[in-house]
Design a protein around this ligand. Structure first.
Ligand SMILES: Nc1ncnc2c1ncn2[C@@H]1O[C@H](COP(=O)(O)OP(=O)(O)OP(=O)(O)O)[C@@H](O)[C@H]1O
Ligand SMILES: [Mg+2]
Length: 371
């Protein structure tokens, strides 16, 4: 299962967010820096309203959403790349995740300690990013040395790596994350093998005060700190910034879905920031959902962007892929509009697709196979 790492300065609300997304209290969240040392790992289900709708249509007994993993990582501080605050250990934890959620403190509150004494989202982001970049520079310097020797000996693979490193180092030295360097497909492939921290796709989670969430969601640029983070994310990271209030979400854990909805409505919010965040992370990881739906269960299956029908079938069972014959596909919207699968078939919306079909997000599929 792909993993998203929750990263940020100490005491900014990472574990609170982790509890909110996993709907547990497994991570200790408390008002002091370095409350978290060892990472907390949890499975997070991806909210998807389409499953309930299909479940209704097919009188399904069970609904099974898609899932990804979240890892709550210890806070980084300035100097982490040189080992400060157990920096090396924490950076190693980040290396193991597939994408990053960077939690940025965007709330004023004198009772909650800020490591640096003041609330300043852009300064905080810069600290985290430069630690990731510095650690990558050190890794690349080392790799450059070993590859130079090999390349001299005529090793083509080493030469290819070396060329990329020569391109990468000035980019990193200028303070840019590896993820924003323009590369061709071949270079991208090589870059993946470097496992760089700053090459991971990132979403910024602006953690705002509870009473500012409603306004900040409906008008993000009306919140001065959120506005800055959004601009920064778009300009220098080609990334999204999402507004959350980790503490509200944590308070919702004990409530039933109905009570939680009522609570949110009272606050003037329709969708909780955390649901949006989880969905965005799922997409950021390059993941898409197709759905199977019948009386027994309605289930979301996770595939990668661009996966073809046999590979998608293989997610259910290897036999489905090996014995793949065809996929009966109807787009979610078409199925809902028709009201049932047979009505969709009558309306000519049911397609029979073969081996080359690229499965789309929201396809409702039944596979034909033979083993
Ligand atoms: N949006 C918010 N508004 C007010 N307080 C918040 C908000 N989000 C989190 N907090 C509070 O901030 C404190 C720190 O939260 P938490 O322990 O989740 O931080 P952390 O980033 O995991 O810290 P550490 O790096 O020490 O592990 C907690 O007291 C928490 O309740
Ligand atoms: Mg923590």
């Amino acid at each position: 299962m792909l993993k998203a790492g929750i990263v940020g300065l100490p005491n900014v609300g990472k574990s609170t967010l982790f509890n909110a997304v996993t709907r547990t209290r497994n991570a200790e969240a408390a008002n002091y820096p370095f409350c978290t040392i060892d990472p907390n790992v949890g499975v997070v289900t991806v909210p998807d309203d389409r499953l309930e709708v299909l479940g209704e249509i097919n009188s399904t007994q069970k609904i099974i959403p898609a899932a990804i993993e979240f890892v709550d990582i210890a806070g980084l501080v300035e100097g982490a790349s040189e080992g400060a605050g157990l920096g090396n250990k924490f950076l190693a934890n980040i290396r193991e995740v597939d994408a990053i959620v960077q939690v940025v403190r965007c709330f004023e509150n004198d009772d909650i300690i800020h490591e640096l004494g003041t609330v300043d989202p852009l300064r905080d982001i810069e600290i985290i990013n430069s630690e990731l970049i510095l650690s990558d520079i050190a890794a690349m310097d080392k790799r450059k040395e070993s590859r130079t020797k090999k390349a001299r000996g005529g090793d083509k693979e080493a030469k290819k790596e070396l060329d990329l490193i020569e391109k990468l180092l000035p980019h990193l030295d200028a303070g840019n994350p590896a993820v924003t360097l323009e590369l061709n497909d071949d270079e991208k492939e090589t870059l993946r093998e470097f496992f760089l921290l700053s090459s991971k796709r990132t979403i910024f989670a602006c953690n705002v005060a509870e009473d500012e969430l409603a306004d900040a969601q409906s008008n993000p640029d009306g919140h001065a700190m959120v506005k800055k983070v959004r601009e920064y994310a778009a300009a220098s990271h080609d990334a999204e910034a999402i507004v959350i209030s980790a503490r509200i979400e944590e308070e919702l854990i004990e409530l039933s879905p109905e009570e939680a909805n009522e609570f949110l409505t009272d606050m003037g919010i329709t969708d909780s920031g955390v649901s949006t965040l989880i969905r965005s992370v799922y997409h950021l990881l390059g993941l898409r959902t197709y759905i199977t739906s019948g009386e027994k269960e309605t289930r979301a299956w996770t595939i990668h962007t661009g996966d073809k029908a046999p590979a998608a079938a293989g997610v259910i069972h290897g036999d489905f892929e090996r014995g793949f014959i065809a996929a009966e596909v109807v787009a979610y919207e078409d199925l809902v509009e028709a009201g049932s699968k047979s009505a969709a078939r009558d309306a000519g919306k049911l397609r029979i697709e073969g081996k080359e079909y690229e499965v789309k997000d929201g396809d409702v599929i039944e596979f034909r196979f033979n083993v």
